[in-house]
Write a protein that binds this ligand. Structure first.
Ligand code: GAL
Length: 827
């Protein structure tokens, strides 16, 4: 059998791990984890020389790496990539992963399973030569029991994973390729809680008391019946709240669902503002000895989607201010990293976002855990297509065989998450317009209700008048064609429409019995930091959706004033104004929170990443971020733009987003150029003024008193680099990240808004540079390199810790500019 030489031989000492963790304090630590990470030290080989798993040893092109891993992000952008510009012009291919490992002798009486949280796509797995199975869907987690095939003690085991993402295109956006989510080994007693084995619901919730129902699936893999005790203890943080015990007899090789109920007094309710969580610890005892422990995080909350009042959470009306997100993490590609997801969510939370739509697939489990903790209202989406494909080799080809299992697994995996409030069974499914679609929807809805009745089912559908053409309202009224066949079928609990915000106001007329959510909105387009200085000259998309955004701007830029949109979408302001106005509109999910790789609408090659984000690919907010912040948060906001580096005398539109003030006055070099106030439902104000180098200053006032002041200065020539880390101390755990922003400044410290210098990075210490990015959709430089060209005076570099504590010293250099160094401590 093949033995890759680069592999470290790791003894998986599960028993001692459990012992170690049992001594510690928090619930998390006290009850340990049945699963341990299986991410380290895989061997990887891409493409060509391996024909099948038996010829694996013939190649010398192996390299060692840790997963999560995305090989596509390491490749070159290529106009001819079969993935197309939709897929980010990066390549798929066929990849092989192998790993050798040992399993402690004492585990030979136990059950061992391997769990993959997601492998894109068509994974096939072998352990010690035994074929475990295939999983086409790249986004769903799956588990194989490997007990019968293992060697115990000193003898090695070998796992081989084949990942086939060679048939392209198979996605409308950048998918990434490989074992791009976490891998776990789980060791349990033969009597144990099954995979995704708990289902916790809170059917009755008041301020005084909550009823908690716990259904636990117990698996007995002993050859004889077992009498056992099942105890579920509920903890709030580390304090025990209540506990229930039940005696069971479970038959040999049987499964049993144990139903328990508990009451929690004065429950701490989960909300987007205060995401309170509980932990249920299930313990199975055999002969008074605890043989299995299983933890479930859950939340207590009461909610409904009301026909007239929208989304009601714990008795309070809450507008869903959400964004859609694809799964890639910008320069990190699709290889998940918890801190990278957390940073995205922090940036969005700061803007006032309280909802995430996992477009258009089940997300990494870590995203949902973070949404639970941080307070996001999640729409968990299953599919972007059903039987009918959108790209040639997509999941539609696997639909018949796999959709049922994939959906069930998503429901079982995700249904305890406090943050999930609706299931979406599909996005813009071509079959939404015909009978086939209604039949499929019925099947999917029935499956969903079988596994979870506590959340409504929706889908991202298109209103029949779904284009944002000028006379849409007129057409709509004339033809009265507001009802999409799937929406009108009665299958869904919640009508979810994508775009055509003008039709939203007619919702109650057309659907007098079903509440509404704007599943996807806006699709505004912007390049961060780029401005056509006068709005009248901005290159807009022709109103008709079937015409291309022709010509465009030099360098495939799109002006960052909120005025450029797809014909099917709207400006950011337009849709929000409608959603804000009507209580019955539960909320919206803007397309998108962050830019993502692929789908570079309105352009094609050489653009390779999207323009839709409110935040760019590197995580730098575009200006419209502050429009939302002024509307969606309690923060006091005053944001003015564009930059102040123009030609003398050039006419420039200056916009301001502000709140908590009744006017804003603008000054150029100390001279007032006028006061402006928002009128009616305005969301910004504007001055059209001639440029004069110096200082642009805005002052917002309320009742004559100054609320905020903001200044933008004309920058001189780029002269120096400045590094700022989001965190200067990170964990020495080989996973943690420091996101370091590079600003290009003039000699006085003003950001040079047009600087696009190439920056070179070097790192000293036990860590590595794992991503560089400027947010420029046209850049073809590798995100995995150590140099990158800045966009609009900014660039990002991502540093990852090693496993040793100490100092990481990052230096940034650029020709003609003063270099800069920053120290990150790892501990
Ligand atoms: C929608 C679609 C999204 C994305 C978006 C771009 O129709 O659901 O996945 O393609 O358009 O505007």
């Amino acid at each position: 059998m093949f033995k890759p030489t680069a592999h470290k031989k790791i003894g998986l000492l599960f028993a001692s791990l459990l012992l170690l963790t049992a001594c510690k304090k928090s619930v998390d630590e006290k009850f340990g984890n049945r699963k341990v990470s299986f991410n380290e030290d895989w061997s990887f080989h891409l493409n060509d020389s391996i024909v099948d798993k038996d010829t694996i040893g013939t190649s010398t092109k192996w390299r060692t790496l840790d997963v999560p891993h995305d090989w596509s992000i390491e490749g070159k952008f290529d106009e001819k990539s079969p993935a197309g510009y939709g897929g980010g012009s990066l390549s798929g291919g066929l990849g092989w992963y192998t790993k050798t490992f040992k399993v402690a002798a004492e585990d030979s009486t136990k059950i061992t399973s391997i769990t993959f949280d997601g492998v894109y796509r068509n994974s096939e797995v072998w352990v010690n030569g035994h074929y475990l199975g295939k999983r086409p869907n790249g986004y769903i987690g799956f588990q194989y029991e490997i007990t019968p095939y293992l060697n115990y003690g000193d003898k090695n085991n070998e796992i081989i994973v084949k990942v086939d993402n060679s048939k392209q295109p198979n996605s409308r956006w950048y998918s990434g390729s490989g074992i791009f989510r976490n891998v776990w080994i789980e060791t349990t007693d033969k009597l144990h809680v099954g995979q995704w084995g708990t289902y916790i619901t809170t059917p009755k919730v008041t301020a005084e008391k909550a009823l908690v129902n716990i259904e636990t699936t117990i698996k007995n893999q002993y050859k004889e019946d077992k009498k056992a005790k099942v105890t579920t203890t509920i903890f709030k943080e580390d304090t025990k709240v209540t506990s229930v015990t039940q005696d069971i007899t479970i038959s040999a090789n049987g499964n049993q669902i144990v139903k328990q109920s508990a009451e929690v007094e004065n429950p701490a309710l989960w909300s987007d503002e205060k995401p309170e969580l509980y932990t249920a610890v299930t313990e199975i005892s055999l002969d008074d000895k605890i043989i299995d422990q299983y933890k479930t995080t859950f939340g207590i909350r009461d909610f409904k989607f009301d026909l007239n009042k929208g989304f009601i959470l714990n008795g309070k009306q809450v507008k869903i201010k959400g964004v859609c997100m694809h799964h890639d993490l910008g320069p990190l590609g699709s290889a998940i990293n918890t801190r990278a997801i957390e940073r995205q969510l922090e940036i969005l939370k700061e803007m006032g976002v309280n909802g995430i739509r996992t477009s258009h697939n089940p997300p990494a489990p870590e995203l949902l855990q973070l949404c639970d903790k941080m307070g996001f209202i999640v729409m968990d989406e299953a599919f972007d297509m059903w039987k009918q494909n959108k790209t040639k080799y997509d999941y539609a080809n696997d639909w018949d065989k796999w959709h049922k299992q994939d959906l069930i697994d998503q429901l079982l995996r995700d249904r305890n998450h406090a943050s999930i409030f609706m299931w979406s069974i599909g996005n813009e499914i071509p079959e939404q317009w015909n009978e086939t679609g209604i039949e499929i929807a019925k099947e999917l809805a029935a499956i969903t209700r079988q596994y979870d009745k506590t959340r409504p089912i929706t889908a991202g559908m298109n209103p029949p008048v779904n284009m944002n053409i000028d006379d849409v309202t007129l057409q709509f009224e004339k033809k009265n064609v507001s009802i999409n066949p799937l929406a009108g079928s009665g299958v869904l609990d919640l009508i979810g429409y994508n775009y055509a915000h003008q039709t939203f106001e007619y919702h109650l007329k057309n659907f007098p019995n079903t509440p509404f959510i704007a599943t996807e909105t806006t699709s505004g387009l912007q390049t961060r930091g780029y401005y056509d200085a006068v709005s009248d000259t901005i290159k807009k998309w022709p109103v008709s959706w079937d015409k291309k955004f022709e010509g465009g701007n030099p360098g495939n830029t799109v002006s960052a004033y909120d005025q450029v949109q797809t014909p099917w979408g709207s400006t950011h302001e337009a849709t929000w104004k409608v959603i804000k106005k009507h209580d019955f509109l539960a909320g919206m999910y803007v397309w998108t929170g962050f830019d993502y790789i692929g789908e570079p609408t309105p352009y094609e090659w050489p653009s390779v990443s999207s323009y839709f984000g409110i935040v760019d690919l590197a995580g730098f907010p575009k200006d419209v971020y502050y429009m939302y912040q002024s509307e969606w948060t309690d923060k006091t906001v005053l944001h003015i733009f564009p930059h102040w580096n123009w030609k003398a005398g050039q006419t420039v539109d200056v916009w301001a987003y502000y709140n908590k003030a009744d006017e804003v006055e603008l000054f150029v070099n100390g001279k007032s150029v006028g006061k402006r106030s928002k009128k009616g439902d305005d969301l910004h104000i504007m001055w059209r003024i001639p440029f004069e180098a110096g200082t642009l200053k805005a002052i917002s006032r309320k009742d004559g008193k100054v609320v905020l002041e903001k200044e933008i200065k004309t920058a001189g020539n780029p002269s120096q680099l400045k590094l700022t880390a989001d965190r200067n101390t990170i964990k020495a755990d080989k996973n943690d990240l420091s996101f370091i922003t590079v600003d290009i400044l003039d000699d006085k410290g003003t950001i040079a808004p047009n600087a696009n210098n190439e920056i070179n990075f070097s790192l000293k210490g036990n860590g590595k540079i794992i991503g560089v990015c400027s947010g420029d959709p046209v850049s073809h430089e590798s995100y995995k390199g150590t140099k990158h060209t800045a966009l609009a005076g900014k660039c990002l570099v991502i540093v990852q810790s090693g496993d040793k504590s100490g100092r990481l010293e990052l230096t940034a250099k650029a020709n003609g500019l003063k270099q800069s160094t920053i120290v990150i401590t790892t501990e």
